[in-house]
Design a protein around this ligand. Structure first.
Ligand SMILES: [Zn+2]
Ligand SMILES: [Zn+2]
Length: 77
């Protein structure tokens, strides 16, 4: 199985960490590039600020979060 690496800000997936961190991210509030999601791949992702559950990192990071400092849900590891 090919390994996949995900961006913790937008859920974009890449086949290597190098290509992930070299590409620009439209949802990263701290910078302009994707940043590695260091948690495990799950069937359900939980927001670390409010506990909302999503089936993908894409949908989690796209939804607004009232408790998050950057206004979007953020995945727990
Ligand atoms: Zn990203
Ligand atoms: Zn949230």
């Amino acid at each position: 199985m090919a390994e996949k690496f995900f961006c913790k800000w937008c859920g974009a997936s890449y086949s290597s960490v190098a290509s992930l961190t070299a590409s620009s991210c439209s949802r990263n509030p701290e910078g302009k590039k994707h940043a590695l999601y260091e948690g495990s791949v799950k069937s359900q992702y939980t927001c670390k600020y409010c506990g909302a559950k999503f089936s993908s990192l894409n949908s989690l990071t796209a939804s607004p979060c009232l408790k998050s400092p950057h206004k979007k849900h953020h995945p727990a590891l």
